[in-house]
Design a protein around this ligand. Structure first.
Ligand SMILES: Nc1ncnc2c1ncn2[C@@H]1O[C@H](COP(=O)(O)OP(=O)(O)OP(=O)(O)O)[C@@H](O)[C@H]1O
Length: 670
């Protein structure tokens, strides 16, 4: 059947339909193979020089790699039979990438193309020109089932079995893409305009991370050239999380996206710090103090400039130097201001030379700007400083801090808190905390402008301080952002309580706050249980909803042994996360001697075994089929926002949650 004709209704012959679709899959696979062979046959020799040849060859190699067929991944997962009379085919197959035959007839259309959109959005109420939507079921790479949804007959469509099965599939290994089953509300976020910053509040497991990654893939497809130049970056909470999500974008054909953590982006700084001090340093009020501290380094010029050339002396008077400095202050960043001061002084010297009858050119001006007297004056008045020097001075010199805090909203008590109890000997030996890293980054930007990316996806954004948000905001100030998080899962001393505030500190006030409400991960029984903590951790939030009933998924066992619970889940299918208070990690691991397991580490991301011991503070963003939580009371007691940590921990399970405890459970859970 030619793809441009509407398919005849042969649904009364399911075997025939399936066979025809399998034939289309085989044809598409062959066509993809031909596309790959064609790409392989292209030569980079046409390029004129060696460099161009290397660039072209690398592009061709990438193209060949992108055309690889992964036999276990469905080439298409949906089909639309369209009623629209336009130039587009009447029947389209929606898949992970475009495939066309020798005559350029599309056999599969990329899920991100506008014509694929009805696959995610069409409904009987708004069929979007589609008569029938077909979903395909796969086993490995083999097409084994299909399901039709008529869209032109009004009424309601029942739940999709293929969709439910996909959502219920046990989890193994890293996160996978959800391209075949993106839901309409998720799709609206994925396809939001590039210029639109979106902020998504969503309960655990509502697909925020998945949506953020698919949005990155969508934007890269739709604005390929623009974003190839400016770049897209994903920022997640820790490396274990990045490792968990690392294969989603490559599976969607996008390999050129940086995935990083705030700590890695701002520089690994991990000196321990009192949470109250960290919270104060994370406060956006500090930004004004840093700015003042930096500009306090400029001193009032007391002397003029004398420049000697041959037998002549050219003078720039002290009041003229003061005027130049005053005119530059506040109109430029610190480092370009320094360079401009040298140039302006040189210019004055040149004016004097011209007045004497010389006709110096630009080269003379550059030479004067680089000359010793000019350099000495600039160094004295507008000294070269690094972020570390400025922050060191601020945190170790009480007088300087007081001057920098002048007219700011930082109280004397707070100033006292900011000062190091035991100052370091010098800025080179100073040990910086995570909060300091954001301050150093702010100073770096005040000194020299930080380049902006085209788009930033920020996950677990509720955990970022205002100063960290400012740091990320700098990196998308000429672009846009996708901000993802859950106010109930905030576990840092500076966790936010308002998305509008987050957007403001990110510098994306125009961003739109939206909500995902349906949970795809956690069974209802478990989610309802965890939600008992919500009034304490995020009073304003409505209880989350789950798509999965999961009867019998929750088991609370006082006094039970860890090994028994572990043996029980090892007999079942799927991944296992044994989440423990951080302080008990070694003890629990020792108790499991003889049972193969891996201990999750913030940096090492290897998961050798199906059974993983997860320290509670690393569980954020991750999920396991079976979760065993050890001693909730100790998880709560370990940190100021311990109840929120427990909420995160209790919402990691896909199939079952077992709680083991000797100490009494937090009251909300009893
Ligand atoms: N439309 C969907 N179809 C199938 N699976 C989905 C869909 N949306 C989300 N999921 C799955 O649900 C699980 C949870 O998704 P994800 O981790 O993105 O949620 P989250 O909102 O970021 O959760 P958390 O707040 O706990 O970090 C993942 O396994 C994801 O693949």
């Amino acid at each position: 059947m030619p793809a441009h004709q509407l398919a005849p209704d042969i649904s009364n012959d399911p075997a025939g339909v399936l066979a025809a679709e399998q034939a289309h899959l085989a044809q598409s696979r062959t066509a993809l193979q031909a596309m790959r062979e064609h790409a392989q046959s292209l030569s980079a020799d046409a390029a004129g020089d060696w460099v161009s040849r290397q660039v072209l060859q690398s592009l061709l190699d990438k193209r060949v790699a992108a055309l690889a067929d992964h036999p276990d991944t469905p080439l298409f997962f949906g089909r639309l039979d369209r009623a629209s009379r336009d130039d587009l085919p009447g029947v389209i197959y929606v898949g992970r990438r475009h495939v066309h035959d020798g005559g350029s007839r599309p056999l599969v259309i990329d899920w991100r193309a506008p014509v694929s959109r009805p696959f995610y959005q069409a409904s009987p109420a708004d069929p979007m020109g589609v008569v029938r939507r077909r979903r395909f079921g796969y086993h490995g790479g083999a097409l084994t089932a299909y399901e039709d949804e008529p869209l032109d007959q009004g009424g309601e469509i029942g739940p999709s079995k293929i969709l439910t099965e996909e959502i219920e599939r046990p989890r193994t290994g890293p996160m996978r893409d959800i391209v075949a089953t993106i839901q309409p509300d998720q799709d609206a976020i994925v396809r939001a305009e590039l210029t639109q910053t979106v902020c998504v509040q969503g309960a655990p497991g509502t697909g925020k991370t998945a949506v953020g990654l698919h949005r990155a893939a969508y934007l890269l497809f739709t604005h390929r050239e623009r974003l190839a130049r400016s770049g897209v970056m994903i920022v997640g909470p820790n490396r274990a999380f990045l490792s968990y999500i690392s294969s989603v974008l490559p599976a969607l054909g996008e390999v050129k996206v940086d995935q990083t953590t705030v700590a890695d982006l701002l520089g690994a700084s991990d000196a321990p710090e009192d949470p109250a001090v960290a919270a104060l340093k994370g406060d956006a009020r500090i930004a004004a103090v840093l700015e003042r501290a930096l500009w306090l380094h400029i001193s009032k010029p007391e002397e003029g400039l004398v420049y000697t050339r041959g037998v002549h002396r050219f003078r720039v008077a002290d009041y003229e130097v003061r005027e130049i400095v005053a005119s530059l202050r506040g109109t430029t960043r610190y480092a370009p201001g320094r360079a401009a001061l040298a140039q302006r002084l040189a210019h004055q010297v040149l004016v004097r030379m011209e007045q004497r009858g010389d006709s110096p050119d630009d080269r003379v001006q550059d030479a004067v700007a680089r000359s010793k007297p000019v350099k000495q004056l600039v160094d004295a008045v507008w000294p070269k400083v690094t972020p570390a020097q400025v922050l060191f001075r601020l945190l170790s010199d009480a007088d300087f801090l007081t001057r920098a805090c002048h007219k700011s909203e930082i109280s004397p008590d707070e100033q006292e808190m900011l000062l190091w109890r035991k100052p370091y000997r010098g800025w080179k030996s100073a040990k910086w905390s995570a909060a300091d890293a954001a301050l150093l980054d702010e100073l770096a930007d005040l000194i020299e402008r930080t380049p902006s990316l085209g788009h930033l996806v920020v996950d677990e954004a509720q955990d970022l301080s205002e100063m960290q948000l400012r740091a990320l905001g700098r990196r998308c100030r000429n672009g846009s952002a996708t901000v993802l998080g859950d106010l109930a899962q905030g576990t840092t001393p500076w966790s936010t309580t308002s998305w509008n505030a987050v957007l403001r500190h990110l510098g994306q006030d125009e961003g739109e706050v939206t909500e995902l409400t349906l949970g795809f991960r956690v069974p209802r029984e478990v989610l309802d249980y965890a939600a008992r903590l919500l009034p304490a951790v995020a009073p304003g939030l409505a209880p989350p909803q789950s798509l999965r009933p999961g009867l019998g998924s929750l088991s609370v066992r006082p006094g039970a042994a860890v090994t028994d619970a572990v043996h029980e889940v090892l007999a079942r299918e799927g991944s296992i996360g044994l989440i423990v208070p951080d302080a008990l990690t070694a003890e629990v691991s020792a108790a499991l001697t003889g049972i193969p397991h891996t201990v999750l580490d913030p940096d090492s991301t290897e998961e050798e075994h199906r059974l993983l011991i997860v320290p509670a503070t690393l569980a954020k963003g991750l999920e396991y089929d079976h979760v065993i939580v050890v001693e909730p009371a100790a998880i709560v007691a370990a940190e100021p926002r311990g109840l929120a940590r427990l909420y995160v921990v209790l919402t990691r399970a896909v199939t079952s949650l077992t709680i083991l405890h000797n100490q009494p459970l937090p009251t909300a859970l009893t």
